[in-house]
Design a protein around this ligand. Structure first.
Ligand code: TXA
Ligand code: MG
Length: 352
């Protein structure tokens, strides 16, 4: 494990780019979440990502590029709708799926004939991608830097925690420090490889914002009713983003009722074994009178606005998980579109 910090080491970006150019693994910050990167044009380097994550090798990865021109190297075609979206939202939290140039990034694409491309809006990521390009590395394949199916990392420390106890024979993961990720949930993914654009994963950009730029309706392929034409891909699996504890989504009425049921039990447990870890954590926007009553329950507040909630979501779930609780009860997010990304991640975390 090695942490490279551009704020402390003037040559951190250079070292990181060399690491990637040499075929090594490097976790990099982006504005969404940290990615676990390898050069996209090197199938052996990309294979190390799948091994480190424990991810099935037919699940395609996103290739990160410093600009649209670099993206074109990986694309057999860049349809007009992808062009419009890239022009409007790059650099930014948007991934477009386009037909893949057959000679490029086969392993990164999981063997599919399409490829996911994204230009991230993070100064460290962009500096790194430009330094890579200067060394002949056109793109960096990077899934979120967590073990398969687990919570995505939004801070360098999360990545260090994910990979500190590596099994024998796995490559060392280096981490490039970039601070806390501003967006906090993964990019919005739009499949532009078909006749009409399809939303595969919601993120900070809302469907309405995407449609306004696409100039046509965008269909949403939801994980509970997956589009049969979409490839099997982890970001679109119903069960994903899972904490160790069992997570459930409850509306405020059911949450209050559930807490009334467990309260006597918890009190008894506390009397029997003082200092015992609480079994239940609650993550909710509402602050109720029961908070004072339920001393045995860990409580963390979910921010009241969607952008802050997304920013904090994965760090808060990690914090709740780290308390050792068995159950995490989460208040369902509001129904409006700004919360689509947060609701999507919580729904999948609850499905595990
Ligand atoms: O914000 C993000 O997108 C982060 C940062 C690191 O850029 N990356 C990320 O990667 O979330 P990952 O691998 O955890 O999720 C990428 C998802 C895949 O699981 C899959 O759903 C979709 O992108 N994807 C990638 N290539 C695809 C393709 N050719 N066809 C369909 N889906 C694809
Ligand atoms: Mg992921």
């Amino acid at each position: 494990m090695r942490l490279l910090d551009p704020a402390q080491q003037p040559d951190a970006i250079e070292q990181a780019a060399r690491r990637l150019a040499d075929g090594g693994l490097l976790a990099l910050p982006t504005e969404t979440v940290y990615g676990l990167g390898a050069r996209a044009d090197d199938d052996a380097a990309v294979a190390r990502i799948f091994a480190a994550k424990g991810r099935p090798s037919d699940h395609p990865l996103i290739v990160h590029v410093p600009n649209t021109e670099a993206a074109l190297h990986f694309a057999r075609a860049f349809p007009p709708v992808a062009q419009r979206l890239a022009r409007a939202f790059w650099p930014g939290p948007l991934t477009v799926i386009v037909p893949r140039e057959p000679s490029m990034a086969t392993a990164a694409a999981g063997g599919h004939d399409t490829i996911g491309l994204r230009c991230p809006d993070h100064p460290v990521a962009l500096a790194l991608l430009n330094a890579c390009a200067a060394q002949g590395v056109l793109g960096v394949a990077a899934p979120s830097a967590n073990r398969f199916g687990r919570i995505s990392p939004t801070r360098a420390e999360h990545v260090l925690n994910e990979f500190e106890d590596r099994g024998q024979g796995l490559d060392e993961v280096w981490v490039l420090q970039g601070g806390a990720c501003e967006v906090g949930i993964e990019s919005t993914i739009i499949d532009c490889s078909r006749e009409h654009p399809v939303l595969l994963r919601p993120g900070r950009l809302t469907l309405a914002e995407i449609e306004a730029v696409a100039g046509e309706p965008v269909q949403w392929s939801k994980p509970e009713a997956p589009d049969p034409k979409a490839p099997k891909a982890s970001g679109t699996l119903l069960s994903h983003y899972a904490p160790r504890a069992k997570l459930s989504l409850l509306d405020d009425v059911h949450l209050a009722a559930a807490l009334d049921v467990i309260e006597p039990e918890l009190t008894a447990a506390e009397i029997r074994e003082p200092g015992q870890a609480p079994r239940v954590a609650v993550y909710s926007r509402s602050v109720w009178a029961w908070r004072a009553k339920h001393r045995g329950v860990v409580h963390l507040s979910m921010p009241g606005d969607a952008a802050t909630a997304a920013h904090d979501l994965f760090a808060d779930l990690r914090e709740l998980d780290a308390t050792g609780v068995d159950l995490i009860w989460v208040e369902v997010p509001p129904a409006d579109a700004a919360w689509d990304g947060v609701r999507d991640r919580l729904t999948r975390a609850a499905a595990s």
